[in-house]
Design a binder for this molecule. Sequence first.
Ligand code: AMP
Ligand code: ZN
Ligand code: ZN
Length: 406
Amino acid sequence: MVFQMKKILLFFLAMTTVMMANPKDYTILISFDGFRWDYVHRDLTPNIARMAREGVSASSLEPVFPSKTFPNHLSIVTGMYPENHGIIMNSFSDPATGETYRLGDSVSVRDPKWYIAEAIWETAERNGVRTASYFWPGSELNGPRRPYYRELYDHERPYGERIDGILKWLQLPEAERPRFLTLYFHETDSRGHRYGPDSPEVNRGIAMLDSLLGVLVDGLGKIGMLEQTNIILTSDHGMTNVGLDRIIDVSQVIRTEDFTFTGYGPVMMIAPKPGTSEAIYKALKSGENHYKVYWRDEMPPRFHFSNHPFISEIILIADMGWTLLDPVIKERLSKRPGAGNHGYDNHHLDMHGIFFAMGPAFKKGYRTGTVRNIDIYPLLCRMMGIVPRANIDGSLERIGFVLKEE
Ligand code: AMP
Ligand code: ZN
Ligand code: ZN
């Protein structure tokens, strides 16, 4: 009886959701990789400023830990922390099988077995909403768990072509037209690594991406789709200054033959060989300088980074701006240390990205504080009138107020 009532209640809840969204609307989710929250305060971004005026702006977007590209793009589209969606770093391996997942290795990024959470395009397709992706980490899976239309990642693909691709999809006959689309640009991330977040080169990247946003909005206007299209502009993380003067060499305190490791730069996971764990932990702890060392099971809960079999026993997090040297190939200073990096503590403001949104679903001129990227998945579900997966980490409660109807 109670079960029946609960079922009826759930049904009505689902129906309200469905009725509140306008099924005719379209949504484009954009990522400007590595676009830090404060880049919009440099007087270089008139098109983002327009989004803020006509829609919603958040003071920043909090990424998940580690503040890296793949874990965060997956959190945005699944509403889950990396320990729950499974893409815990840009590259990692399964200690049980030795198999490796690596950004840039098209075989592994297309293998569905690594992706243990449902992405928004799966939820949408399951509910009869057609989807498309002009690039997004996790959008290339072999088999059915992918956007209906999608482009395989090509770093060199001209930005203009990506926008044209989106506009083309939106001009398909209505029955074939996707209602949810993603779009990705790497410019601010690449320039941020190479020249640092405060460089003139990054400023040029900021201006370039802003004008591309303008091209997209104009294009939507020209094809008569602007009024019915929601645009959500996000970034996966920020960027902070790094340099050769702030290097940590853990091989000074632990012997490289005693462990294997995953990652370097801002975060490193250490898997001690049998019988060496305590000694390694103790040595790292006593040498703790400009980094923090944690047992996996003692990671501060706010990181949500312990409950997955691919997370190693010991985790090192460098202080902001410091670089953990690759202990084996020491010259590999975090892909040449460059001038900027990310991956650090996701609560530090330098790691925060952006959240702007405009379109028929959103309030106008509404400014809010920091929002979390795990909450975007339930927001998208609400906008599309579909029921999100149960047990996600994100919450509509924390973000739904940006919608007109809330
Ligand atoms: P990161 O090492 O975290 O700075 O990663 C940024 C890089 O991820 C970018 O320069 C892109 O080349 C790469 N990237 C972004 N999206 C994808 C994708 N869908 N597939 C493969 N690589 C990607
Ligand atoms: Zn990134
Ligand atoms: Zn990057």
